[in-house]
Structure formats: structure tokens, C-alpha cells
Design a binder for this molecule. Structure first.
Ligand code: SF4
Length: 209
């Protein structure tokens, strides 16, 4: 799978406090308790760190909260990825089997509107989510005895990508290092950082698919 997140971040314009970089972000990554179980799905310092930079403006949004509220069931994509859901070839099903495809597509369009209305320059979203995933998502129910991953995007990330927005994840550490340096030139880039698709787990897992 082609993934040019790092190269893309390096093409972003110079930013200042007066003209901050405009970034759409999965709301849970900023600590907002919009997860299915009313938590923020854990703590992700790689994104929380961005909240401290004055030369970056974050626009948090939770698509699943928009359509399904909090708390809610967990959901996953069955029969394809986010693009397939948008094309009517796959479904988003809740844990109990409810078809949430229409609600998820509505949420994706709302997230796209947030991106367009705020002239977003980059999106940072929670990977693995059926809505926000950009690199890896579950293939079917994540609670299955033999859960399976697939390389691909969730529904909301896929719609953003279709409209030209670049989506990276909280696990794209190499790209995030470049971003920290963009918004704070005093930040020394960690040359050992790698993006999610460069990890041994990713390469081993998908080499056998
Ligand atoms: S839908 Fe996205 S923003 Fe909302 S809890 Fe899930 S991963 Fe976070």
C-alpha cells in the first residue's frame, strides 16, 4: 500500500502563530471522552503534544458520536473497507448486528464538511477505527475469536481522502516528528521514528495476506 504521509508533511507551508496549521483531529485523540464506552480510548501523547504548540490549530471531531451518540455499541466494517462502504459494497455493523452503514456515511459527510469549512490542511485520525482508521482497520468483528486486520481506511478517512485531504494516524511517528519540527523548528527530529506501515508488525502481518 502506498503511504506518502512523511513526504506530504514535508510539503506543508511554513506556519506561524498568526497563521497556524489547521488540523482536523479525531476528537478522542485530544482526550475528549467520545469513545464507545465514554472514554477517550486511551492516551496518545503523540497527538496530545500538538495541543501545546501555538502554531497549530486543532479541530476535534468525533464522527461516531455525531451519528450514534455516547455511549454506543462498537462497530466494524464487514465485507470490505471504508471505500467499499461508501460504494455500497460493504457494511458497517454494530456488535449486535445492527446495520450502521447509513449513519456512518452521514457522519463521514459531516466530518468532510468540518474539513472543508475550516480549510483543513491535514487530518490526524485514530487508526484501527471503522470510522477514523487510515492505515489498518479490522476485517469484520474485532471481538471474533480470530480477529483479522486489513490494510485500508475507515469510512470517514476514506471520504476525506477522496476529497484530497491527507490523513495520517497517531501511530505515524515519523510523519509526526516532521510535523513537530514544522510547528516548532527547535524540535530535534528523532531519526529512529517510523510510520505505522513501516513497523515490523505491519510488514510481517500483511506479507502473509
Ligand atoms: S469515531 Fe473516531 S473520533 Fe470518535 S471515538 Fe472513534 S476513533 Fe475517536
Amino acid at each position: 500500500m502506498e503511504n506518502n504521509a512523511f513526504a506530504y508533511v514535508q510539503t506543508l507551508r511554513p506556519v506561524t502563530v498568526q497563521q497556524p496549521l489547521r488540523v482536523l483531529v479525531s476528537a478522542c485523540l485530544t482526550g475528549i471522552r467520545c469513545g464507545y464506552d465514554s472514554t477517550a480510548n486511551g492516551t496518545y501523547p503523540s497527538v496530545l503534544k500538538l495541543m501545546d504548540y501555538p502554531a497549530i490549530k486543532l479541530f476535534p471531531f468525533c464522527p461516531e458520536e455525531f451519528s450514534f451518540g455516547v455511549p454506543r455499541e462498537m462497530c466494524d466494517i464487514h465485507g470490505g473497507d471504508g471505500n467499499d462502504v461508501l460504494d455500497g459494497k460493504a457494511k458497517v455493523l454494530s456488535d449486535s448486528g445492527k446495520d450502521w452503514s447509513d449513519g456512518m456515511i452521514k457522519a463521514a459527510h459531516k466530518m468532510l464538511k468540518v474539513a472543508q469549512d475550516n480549510t483543513i490542511e491535514l487530518a490526524i485520525m485514530m487508526d484501527i477505527s471503522a470510522a477514523c482508521g487510515s492505515t489498518v482497520i479490522y476485517d469484520g468483528n474485532r471481538f471474533a475469536e480470530n480477529k483479522v486486520y486489513q490494510a485500508g481506511a475507515g469510512v470517514c478517512a476514506a471520504l476525506l481522502q477522496r476529497h484530497g485531504f491527507k490523513v495520517i494516524s497517531q501511530r505515524d511517528f515519523r510523519s509526526l516528528e516532521a510535523l513537530y519540527n514544522l510547528v516548532d523548528p527547535s524540535h530535534v527530529i528523532d531519526a529512529s521514528a517510523i510510520d505505522h506501515h513501516e513497523t515490523e508488525w505491519y510488514k510481517d502481518y500483511f506479507a502473509t495476506k
